[in-house]
Ligand binder design. Structure first.
Ligand code: ARG
Ligand code: GLU
Length: 727
């Protein structure tokens, strides 16, 4: 019977029926696992209970999961607080300890003992103690008649009351966040440890193997992991860094399975997904695919091409721009995949179908019709109205905020001068010192004005030609005062006459007394240009955008409520908001396009296949090639004598899930989440189990690298290795 059901389901999925919620979709709240998910999870193969995954009464998997630095996930894998996360999550820590003599990025780093582990100021690991539904108290006194402002101030007061009444233990903190577009509120009790030390990281040619070419791509061969350790005071409590601190003793640590995965195996991802938007109307999705993504992609296209050719021409530029390039390229590539995926799976058509169902139900019920009858037509008007503003907002952000490097500096100089005018000398000095140490020192180390000037010319031209609502007025004014139509002349004028493009003249300027400095800053042509561009933005775009967006958010809140009302039998999960979630699925390949079929596991053989001598993305370290030649794999090969490297599954993940553990049916670690497959990155708006796949490093590859490549056997010894499939 089950078999028949399954084939019916597969058939329905393959002919594109969308009313069933697919196994794999959803970022679920741990506290509702029992009521909403446990049965399905067990049906899919899980051998644990919901209580084993998340419990506030006894030790559970959740006690091994941390929010790593607030931007990634990490998990505890030994009884001495050893923490596993991605290489790209710990990258800036590894970089901060790297010098020319000790090049940990290039060579990797392995602490020989506890006292060699390296301190990381500012880095934290946050545990979740419990999550509670506080919707009733949070929304007390809130009514539909209120303006948004009244509503927010009522809620703010309620939240303050809840926080005051909360009974917290020493070191505990309480956060309260809106879920389901503000229809519900949950409080989250946390404990944060601030002494988190670097223990180990593979060389970049393993941890970042394939770099940007392979980013978002399956088949993948990246060993994207690094190791840290949480330290505590002698009572196992959080403490600032001290030599007297000792390794943290966790309530739970994840055993690591040596048995690996097979297709269809149950997988659970436990972590902190950052942001998704699954309940947007079709109008919003069309706007993303037809208007906003193409604009952002085209801007980054131009900028990346310029930087790429400069990097290829000069190895010194390559070093200076590698990390900036990777950051810009990451989302550029993601947006392309996202738009393709929405088209390939008819994401807009599927939303329209849902909306048609919704409308039918609403029209068939008087009460619904009064409350919810105008939601979709309101969306239509609102999205039409916001479109030019949203486009210019993205344009402005991409061109002036992210891709022309000097504009960011110029904007800081605008803030600095404002600081002086508004708050006086003392605050000016404080802000200036912080700017220099936290921004400008690093900025100039990796800055080539001649490259940035080329980017400036290309992007300002695009901006000028695509601007709406007089947003290009400052560009036009400057061109005509220079009596030219040539953007090169304009760029040359700004770059050559500004003191901002060169470290020496900038620091000389900042070294003057505040009054003189501010006078000179305000006379600088880049200051003036930045100031005019940003006032054009605030006058023409910002206010109007946020007014319409406020209406959209309000309507979206109502739509969320309506969906839950109108489809009472469907289980809903809230959009990601950097809180702890469970997603579950299974190991599974996919078909990205006609006649191409992907299997779900890659092997060390594939790394060797990809090797390109001295290539900055695909050079395989000689030591790893030697281990391969000798087949020196220890206990980390599979039954066929091959070392698995990465695998994919149907788990619904997003940015922030990096570093999340992939957990098997029994609660053991089998892998480490670090990416998604390109064709399915639209899962942030529209999950589709036919092509949405998360990418994980196989735990056995991680162990193999630690043990056989790095020789850090002492780290393996403190872990708990298990054979769940044999037992
Ligand atoms: N795509 C992954 C994520 O979104 C990895 C990014 C880091 N790697 C890179 N080549 N940029 O974060
Ligand atoms: N690499 C992403 C991260 O840093 C995870 C990939 C994704 O967006 O799913 O969180």
């Amino acid at each position: 019977m089950k078999k028949i059901l399954r084939s019916v389901l597969v058939l329905l999925i393959s002919i594109g029926v969308t009313s069933i919620s697919f196994a794999g979709e959803g970022m679920w709240l741990p506290l509702f696992l029992k009521s909403l998910n446990e049965a399905e999870m067990q049906e899919m193969g899980m051998r644990m209970t919901a209580e084993d995954v998340y419990s506030v009464n006894k030790g559970s998997l959740k006690d091994a999961i941390v929010h790593f630095g607030g931007f990634c996930t990490g998990e505890i894998i030994s009884d001495q607080g050893l923490l596993l996360t991605n290489h790209h999550c710990g990258y800036s820590q590894v970089q901060s300890h790297t010098t020319l003599e000790n090049n940990y990025i290039k060579d990797g780093f392995w602490a020989a003992s506890h006292k060699h582990e390296l301190q990381n100021p500012g880095l934290f690991a946050k545990f979740i103690v419990r999550i509670d539904d506080v919707s009733k108290q949070a929304l007390k006194g809130v009514s539909d008649k209120m303006t948004e402002k009244e509503r927010q101030s009522t809620i703010d007061k309620n939240l303050a009351t809840i926080k005051k009444a909360a009974k917290l233990d020493k070191f505990q903190e309480l956060e309260i966040k809106p879920f389901f577009k503000g229809n519900q509120y949950f409080s989250i009790t946390t404990v944060t440890y601030n002494d988190v030390r670097l223990v180990g990281a593979p060389p970049e040619m393993i941890g970042k193997f394939g770099a940007d070419t392979d980013n978002w791509v399956w088949p993948r061969h990246t060993g994207d992991f690094s190791l840290f350790r949480i330290y505590a005071n002698e009572n196992n409590e959080p403490a600032e860094y001290s030599e007297n601190n000792v390794p943290y003793k966790p309530k739970h640590h994840l055993p690591i399975s040596l048995d690996g995965v097979s297709p269809d195996d149950f997988t659970l991802i436990f972590g902190f997904p950052g942001r998704t938007n699954e309940y947007l109307p079709s109008d919003a999705i069309s706007q993303i695919v037809d208007v906003l993504n193409p604009a952002k992609i085209s801007i980054r296209d131009r900028a990346l091409k310029i930087v790429d050719s400069a990097m290829r021409a000069d190895p010194a530029v390559k070093i200076q721009y590698a990390s900036k390039f990777a950051r810009i390229a990451n989302y550029w590539k993601k947006w392309i995949g996202e738009s393709k995926g929405i088209k390939a799976t008819d994401g807009i058509g599927r939303k329209e179908k849902l909306e048609a169902d919704f409308t039918k139900k609403v029209n068939g019920n008087k009460k619904f019709k009064v409350k919810y009858g105008s939601i979709l037509s309101d969306f239509k008007t609102q999205y039409k109205e916001i479109e030019p503003y949203a486009l210019m907002r993205d344009y402005h952000g991409e061109v002036l905020g992210r891709n022309i490097e000097i504009m960011r500096s110029a904007n800081y100089m605008v803030s600095l001068a404002d600081r002086y005018k508004d708050n006086g000398e003392e605050e000016y000095n404080q802000f200036k010192d912080r700017l220099i140490s936290r921004y400008f020192d690093g900025f100039y180390k990796n800055y080539r004005p001649e490259i940035d000037q080329k980017v400036f010319v290309a992007l300002i031209e695009m901006y000028d030609q695509n601007a709406k609502m007089e947003m290009n007025q400052p560009i036009q004014a400057l061109l005509s005062s220079l009596k030219t139509k040539d953007y090169n002349v304009l760029a040359k004028h700004l770059f050559e006459n500004s003191k901002f493009t060169d470290q020496e003249s900038m620091y000389a300027l900042l070294g003057q007394n505040p009054k003189t400095a501010v006078t000179q800053i305000m006379a600088d042509p880049l200051y003036q240009f930045a100031k005019e561009m940003s006032s054009a933005y605030s006058n023409n775009i910002a206010e109007k955008y946020s007014a319409i967006n406020g209406e959209i958010e309000k309507n979206q809140r109502l739509y969320m409520k309506a969906l839950m009302d109108v489809f009472p039998d469907k289980a809903f999960y809230p959009d990601a908001n950097s809180t702890l979630r469970v997603t579950y699925g299974k190991v599974d390949g996919y078909t990205p396009r006609d006649a191409v079929e992907y299997t779900p596991v890659t092997y060390l053989d594939g790394i060797i296949e990809k090797h390109v001598e001295d290539d900055y993305e695909f050079h395989v370290p000689a030591r790893l090639r030697k281990l391969y030649d000798l087949k020196d794999y220890g206990q980390y090969a599979d039954k066929n004598g091959k070392v698995p490297v990465c695998f994919i599954g149907t788990n619904h993940t997003t940015g922030g899930n990096s570093g999340s553990p992939a957990i098997d049916a029994y609660g053991n670690l089998i892998g480490l989440n670090f990416d998604r497959a390109w064709e399915g990155t639209m899962s942030d708006y529209n999950y589709d189990s036919s092509i949405c796949r998360n990418i994980m490093v196989d735990a056995r590859y991680i162990l193999f690298i630690i043990d056989k490549y790095a020789g850090a056997r002492h780290l393996i010894d403190e872990m708990t290795l298990v054979h769940p499939k044999e037992d």
